[in-house]
Ligand binder design. Structure first.
Ligand SMILES: Nc1ncnc2c1ncn2[C@@H]1O[C@H](COP(=O)(O)OP(=O)(O)O)[C@@H](O)[C@H]1O
Ligand SMILES: [Mg+2]
Length: 315
């Protein structure tokens, strides 16, 4: 399988203050594969996505490392940079309220595929139908406030598809939606991924979402990846105490599982005031003196399974 995306030693900072939001992140994604990024709020999942999409907010910059997207060979032998599209957590506020859905989609179709007029309108209708919005012709004249959150997320997905992406980045795509809509949107993303063969970088603080969609998962804490594994291995034998703790605080609706979720003690430290050594050690029951000395390097704990911990939990 060829690597579509390779991220090496990525550092993202607020240069004015020197704060490191992303601190030496490494991961790669094969064409057509799904990688899930998981971790508590504020650990750098969105910034990783913005960096990959080359859309970091003003005042925040990539200061080290590389992000390479493997070109797609064209007929003339030249490589073309594959397109990347992104969908966000809050679809309604991501859409411009003064433009119709039709304007939004047709502008993207012109930009990415050169379609105009009737051709753009027909393709916009086809995309709306594909993402499960009926009466597409009428809907093109609607504004985002006339749609529910779930429908607006479908519009965002249609907009992403207009770019014919090789990589779709979905940053908490269902967090703002109710559970039934959440299930429908996840199903739609799964279907489209299989249909188009695009790779997917999906971000969620919800391990259930990652478990459902991803082939591999990466667990982030304070701007670093602390564990990566095939998703089943992570859920069954997470080695980093933080990853274990995240799994243990997942609620379950299994009537035979009477264990209540166990909260993680303490809070995520501020990026301006990180503890020495492993950033997780003040909250970790396995921590020793060694954990205050230096940040542990990632090490193999199983096939395609790495954890950055001096005292990994064994299976
Ligand atoms: N505009 C900004 N300026 C400075 N720091 C920011 C800005 N936006 C986010 N951050 C900080 O970057 C860190 C990572 O944020 P983010 O990637 O949004 O986390 P996540 O998506 O995992 O919840 C957080 O600690 C947050 O406070
Ligand atoms: Mg986020």
């Amino acid at each position: 399988m060829s690597k579509l995306l390779t991220v090496r030693d990525l550092v993202v900072q607020v240069p004015a203050r020197g704060t490191r939001i992303i601190d030496g992140v490494n991961f790669s994604l094969d064409a057509g594969q799904t990688l899930g990024l998981v971790g508590e709020s504020g650990c750098g999942k969105s910034m990783t996505c913005y960096a990959v999409a080359r859309a970091l907010p003003r005042g925040i910059a990539q200061t080290a490392g590389t992000i390479s997207l493997k070109g797609i060979a064209q007929k003339n032998g030249r490589a073309q940079q594959p397109s990347v599209a992104m969908i966000f957590q809050d679809p309604t506020s991501s859409l411009n309220p003064v433009h119709t859905i039709g304007y939004y989609l047709e502008t993207a179709l012109y930009r990415h595929q050169g379609l105009k007029g009737k051709d753009a309108q027909l393709e916009a209708m086809r995309l709306l139908e594909r993402v499960g919005i009926d009466r597409a012709k009428n809907r093109l004249r609607a504004y985002p406030h006339q749609f529910s959150g779930g429908m607006n997320q479908r519009v965002m997905i249609a907009h992403a598809l207009a770019a014919r992406p090789k990589l779709l980045i979905a940053d908490e795509p269902t967090t703002a939606l109710d559970v039934t809509t959440q299930a429908q949107i996840l199903h739609l993303i799964e279907e489209l991924r299989a249909e188009t063969g695009m790779a997917l970088l999906i971000v969620s603080h919800d391990l259930g979402v990652i478990a459902r969609l991803a082939d591999r998962a990466a667990v982030m804490y304070c701007g670093k990846i602390v564990e990566t594994a095939p998703v089943g291995d992570l859920l069954e034998r997470a080695a980093h105490p933080y990853a274990r703790a995240l799994i243990n605080c997942m609620p379950t609706i299994d009537p035979d599982d009477l264990e209540p979720p166990i909260p993680i003690p303490g809070t995520v430290p501020l990026l301006d005031n990180l503890p020495a050594g492993c950033y997780y050690h003040p909250r970790c029951s396995r921590a020793s003196d060694r954990c205050t000395a230096g940040f542990p390097a990632p090490a193999n704990v199983g096939p395609l399974h790495e954890a950055a911990c001096h005292h990994p939990v064994s299976a």
